[in-house]
Design a protein around this ligand. Structure first.
Ligand code: KG4
Ligand code: ZN
Length: 356
């Protein structure tokens, strides 16, 4: 007889500049997990960090401290004050002062409610968020089905802080097979955008102008460098792209059309590098499915290019729902759920202990 598990899990995410709390109702059956979103609160600090052109860790920490309790109150109110079975908190990777704010808050809740606290990995959260598939609306919140991908599966994680290729040979086992040696993809978008005089975060700005350039048939005469495109490993390097844009635009007055041309070339160069390395990895590991996660996959040009790549290999591509691409606590609650499910008894008896 299959053991049905129904749990209400609260996730907390404070690794960077989003303060987020989500409450999920997860029901496990023989067909997989069904995830109902009871609350999904996100407070973005983008406006606050904009003048600095990036995230300022101590400022972010102060905001998390100020906002966690009101966001928790809002999330609980949205659920009609349900009883929580477990609290999950992002353990890393992320900005250390910010992570500790979330962890301390989770520990307080764990004690108060006498429930276990689970430490989750932020990157695993991004992978799992991409595997959620929207179900027909059910009563009381959005609903998603969760299905394991075809193995071996390869995940590309692209955000402001990370660029990683992760191989998953079976559910829950991860091996990093490639990563950036310097800047992350999102960081590259943000830094090159800044050189073009565009506001932070630069990714969406570049994306918008690049689309206009394609529509208006504007193209830069020269190609930007594609660092490490032909290296034998699966690592990335993006700092050379930023330097190339710096030298090409230094002491020049750029017209609106020039900026669009650069935006297009930057977006297409980054996409090319990502697709090329993915292709190499697909062949090397005989990959059966692709997963892409992280804030940069909000980019529609990258989305459609990677879809074409997956189609050319005849393998499925799992992308996150647009609202789950950037940092959120739903993915953290989900990562914690699978950790609990795997060694449920142990974690449930270790009440209140955060195993860091
Ligand atoms: O995952 P995320 O929300 O936060 C981190 O963990 O970093 O990713 C934020 C990053 C920023 O660098 C931002 O510029 C980039 O994602 N981004 C985009 C787009 N939307 C957000 N990059 C390219 N195109 C976009 N449409
Ligand atoms: Zn992230």
């Amino acid at each position: 007889m299959y053991n049905h598990i129904i749990m209400k899990i609260l996730g907390i995410e404070t690794s960077c500049d989003e303060t987020a709390i989500a409450i999920l109702d997860i029901e496990e059956s023989e067909n997989g997990a069904s995830v109902r979103v009871l609350a999904n609160e996100i407070l973005s600090q983008i406006e606050l960090h904009r003048p600095y052109g990036g995230v300022f860790p101590n400022l972010a920490k102060r905001e998390h401290e100020k906002n966690l309790q009101p966001i928790l109150d809002k999330a609980l109110a949205a659920t009609g004050q349900v009883t929580i079975d477990a609290v999950v908190v992002t353990q890393g990777p992320g900005l250390e002062p910010c992570l500790w704010t979330g962890i301390t808050f989770a520990q307080k809740l764990g004690k108060e409610w006498n429930v276990p606290i689970i430490a989750a990995n932020h990157m695993e959260g991004h992978i799992l968020a991409s595997l959620l598939k929207k179900e027909n609306a059910k009563e009381g919140g959005e609903s998603f089905a969760f299905a394991a991908p075809e193995f071996p599966s390869l995940a590309l994680l692209i955000s402001g802080g990370h660029t990683e290729l992760v191989l998953m040979r079976e559910f829950g086992t991860y091996k990093i097979v490639g990563k950036t040696r310097d800047d992350a993809v999102g960081e590259c978008f943000d830094k090159t955008a800044r050189l073009l005089g565009l506001p932070y975060p630069g990714g969406p700005e570049i994306s918008k102008l690049a689309a206009e350039a394609r529509k208006e048939n504007l193209k830069l005469g020269a190609e930007l460098p594609r660092p490490m495109l032909d290296s034998n490993d699966l690592d990335f390097s993006f700092s050379g792209l930023k330097t190339a844009v710096l030298y090409a635009t230094k002491d020049r007055k750029l017209s609106a059309d020039d900026i669009k041309k650069y935006a297009r070339e930057i977006e297409e160069t980054i996409t090319d590098v990502l697709a090329h390395k993915l292709e190499k990895a697909i062949e090397k590991y005989s990959v059966e499915s692709l997963i892409v996660g992280g804030g940069v996959i909000a980019n529609t040009f990258i989305r459609s290019s990677l879809q074409k790549l997956a189609d050319s290999y005849g393998i499925p591509l799992y992308l996150p729902h647009a609202s789950h691409a950037t940092d959120n606590a739903l993915m953290i609650a989900l990562a914690g759920y699978f950790k609990l499910e795997k060694k449920q008894e142990k974690d449930f008896t270790a009440k209140g202990n955060l195993n860091l």
